[in-house]
Design a protein around this ligand. Sequence first.
Ligand code: SF4
Length: 451
Amino acid sequence: MNELRIEEELKEYKKLGRGNWGEGFGLLKGMYNGFITRIRDEAAEMEEEQDEIMPPMKMLLNLLLDLRNARREGRKICMHPFNYGPELLYTMGLVPLMQELFSVGLATTHINEFYLDITNKIGYGDNPTLCNAQRPLIGAYMQKAAPVPDLLFFLSTPCNSLSITYQVFQHITNVPLFNIDIPYWAHEHSSEFYDERIMDYMLSQLKNFIPWLEKQTNRKFEIEKFQETMNLVNQSREYVSDFNELLKTVPCPVPSIAGFGNWLAMTLRGGTSEAVKVTKYIRDQAAERVKEGLGGVEDEKLRIAWPYTHVFFDQELFKWLEEEFQAVTIMDILGFYPVGPHDTSTLEKCYESLALGTLDYSMIGTCRGPVEYFVDFLINWINEYKIDCVIIPMQFACKHAYAMTTLASEIARQETGVPTLVFGCDPYDSREVPSETIRAKISEFLNQIVL
Ligand code: SF4
């Protein structure tokens, strides 16, 4: 009966997605149809019956449809990176497209590798110097397979690799661009790295962004709409904070990296009621299971911290860890969205919340300054979440993380006694270090050092 209801919903989505999505939108259409197939397969495998498509998956379908519709209807699309909340873009009536949904989303089916090879052929960078999280965009653009937005926005953090590829994309497409410099020092008074100029610096850049958006969209910035959007963002942040607390429970109530859905909600839909719905759903699921004393992994034996992105081309890696080692990976660095709710009672407070959310975003907060930011983050994670070991897949192109992870993991090991594994691989290219080698390395570490 319930399966029938999901089937009805899926049929409706299938119908909505029919037709030509337009130049550069074919791969997004493929992704949309892939999600429909995945939802159907997962519903068939579920032990518990579902009476509707789960909110995170529905959000992905709605987002892709929105992008297609925006292009058809002439509404403007603004491309932005994976470490930025789109609340200001929603305030201005834009349709945000998180670029990595495209270039990293394709890695889950290895389609990105075809475009990586084209990027190589035209001579744009190579694995060791520029990150493959963005490089497929260039090859795909050359093939007329990449979505070309109306506007482009990015930040100077988390890496020079991302900034360079976005600049190259802007250069070859001529799309109007705005970017923001993310400062190095801390905004918290309690930090030894505190600098009183940080907040003003961020606020002035964000406030400069608004007239640029007004000019590009030919639309006035509406204060009420902005406040409403910031209230929605902060409602979602409240749910995410609750969820992050619930994950401290032993056993961890949800399967590996369930928090990734929170990051998706904040990065794709932050500032909308849909993100509120998704984050509430994820929080409620965890809370219900804590109440019932249920673990995401049966007979949980190991709790893993994964303070880096996961291996996107191997979607079964965490499942394998759960089945082989009864190990739950509590979160990855993106899914560990660390921004708490702020006071948004006045307009100025809303601007502050926007600035703080940008400074502390997943990966930005830990990667934008001295290595101590990352070290403290890792040690707190280990202690608060009762972590048994740390695993970090690392690629050379991620130079800042490459430089700090070995140091941070060594300090964390000395201070907490928790073993750490840092190993080389490209999370976006299965041909660099294949899954079998990755699993062999992790097995060896868990069997010989952790267990
Ligand atoms: S993995 Fe590292 S180099 Fe690649 S986009 Fe993320 S931060 Fe940048």
